[in-house]
Design a protein around this ligand. Structure first.
Ligand SMILES: Cc1ncc(COP(=O)(O)O)c(C=O)c1O
Length: 406
């Protein structure tokens, strides 16, 4: 048989390490779906859409009523003004994100992004479009803010796209005002397009807010404003995302995704419309519950010697520093792994060693920071999206595993 394309072969795949048999008894602490009970009106809107037989294709760019509601949301909350025909609705924001490089990059064009980043997603979509990801490290000791001089130095005549993800999965930090303004200045100076991924924009704590790049002078015409319903309303499986962008930017993106997705699921679009136009009180309740969960996670994790879990600006993820823990107890961790897992080979990454140890000793799954890029080395990501009892059980297991090698 002839081989699959070299582009696909070179794309990193995500997934567990087979030698560790991550079975059903392993407590999963990585979920990306918010577990929360009070979005009944959204479910009912989906049910009503089925009963009314709204099951055909919709307008390829999305239901007009939904695009109108999205345009209103972006104007009111993000201070970016789009006409409804400058809004594109797709099956999750992933569809738009992967269409943009296809629509705007020639082979060999470059896209700047920051490390750590969402499971290699951004580099993968650029590579699939035969572009070159330029991945710049950020640093947890600097709250994961980009080094603007490094960004400026990385721009070449081939640079076309700049990713701005705020707040960020996996690290949870939002771009500071200084970072947003600095990156926008660079984008304008070098005529770059900006992919503003604002998927977690509503999950910000302590009254903090993200700044939408497209709301700044000179930015609307070069920015793809990406958002969706997955995180804001805990609707990952409904698959509805959207983009606001001027027509000249939207049309090529629409053409690049039309043959993949045709239109977003009709029933889900009615549910999304209910999410935007229905009662918003559950959002405040959800945010305060997520805040309670992250305080719980971070305070318990930070109480373990050598582990530091800073409270972040937003998202439901905590990115946790285990460098000191591994400096002090790395030898014991590796000894456990070698003696308890047949055929185990010590990986170079201490984050991976730590999370492997947690699977083996704690039967708990945490995502190694190194799987989000080299700058995530020495950290792990834990999700606070699950119900509290699930988090409590996970924390107990982590505490017991850590205590077992004191
Ligand atoms: C930063 C970021 N962007 C985009 C996505 C894609 O989400 P969806 O396709 O569900 O809209 C995710 C999913 O976790 C994400 O973390």
């Amino acid at each position: 048989m002839k081989p699959s394309s070299s582009r696909i072969k070179n794309i990193a795949s995500t997934g567990g390490r087979e030698v560790l048999k991550i079975g059903p008894d392993v407590h999963y602490m990585g979920t990306g779906t918010i577990q929360f009970d009070t979005f009944e009106h959204i479910h009912q809107a989906g049910i009503r859409a089925i009963e009314a037989d709204y099951v055909g294709y919709t307008d390829n760019v999305g239901l007009l009523s939904l695009r109108e509601a999205i345009a209103e949301k972006l104007a009111n909350e993000n201070h970016v003004h789009y006409d409804p025909d400058e809004i594109l609705v797709t099956s999750g924001s992933s569809e738009i994100l992967s269409a943009i490089p296809h629509a705007f990059m020639e082979p060999g064009d470059e896209a700047i992004m920051f490390d750590p980043h969402y499971i290699g997603h951004f580099s993968a979509i650029v590579e699939l479009a035969s572009g070159i990801p330029i991945i710049l490290p950020t640093n947890g000791d600097n709250n994961w803010q980009p080094d603007l001089e490094m960004v400026e130095a990385a721009v070449t005549p081939r640079t076309k796209l700049l990713f701005m993800v705020s707040p960020s999965n996996p690290v949870g930090s939002a771009l500071s005002e200084e970072s947003v303004r600095g990156l926008c200045e660079i984008a304008i100076k070098h005529d770059l397009y900006v992919i503003a991924d604002e998927l977690y924009e509503r999950i910000m704590f302590d009254g903090k807010k993200v700044i939408s790049p497209a709301s700044l002078p000179g930015m609307r015409e070069r920015t793809f404003t990406i958002n969706g319903f997955s995180k804001a309303y805990g609707m990952t499986g409904w698959r509805v995302g959207y983009m606001g962008a001027p027509r000249e930017l939207l049309q090529p993106v629409h053409r690049a995704r039309l043959y993949v997705g045709i239109c977003a699921p009709s029933i889900s679009q009615y549910a999304a419309l209910a999410a935007l136009t229905g009662p918003q009180e559950p959002l405040a309740a959800m945010l305060s519950e997520l805040d309670r969960r992250r305080h719980y996670l971070c305070s318990h994790l930070s109480a373990i010697e050598g582990i530091h879990a800073p409270l972040q600006d937003g998202t439901f993820y905590s990115f946790v520093d285990v460098r000191e823990f591994m400096r002090e107890k790395g030898d014991k961790v590796r000894k456990v792994l070698l003696s308890e897992v047949e055929g185990y080979e010590i990986p170079d990454s201490i984050a991976q060693q730590f999370t492997d140890f947690m699977i083996v000793r704690g039967r708990v799954y945490l995502s190694p920071g190194s799987s989000f890029g080299t700058a995530g080395e020495g950290w792990f990501r834990v999700s606070g999206a699950s119900y509290m009892d699930h988090l409590q059980k996970g924390i107990e297991r982590i505490e017991e595993a850590a205590a077992s090698i004191l």
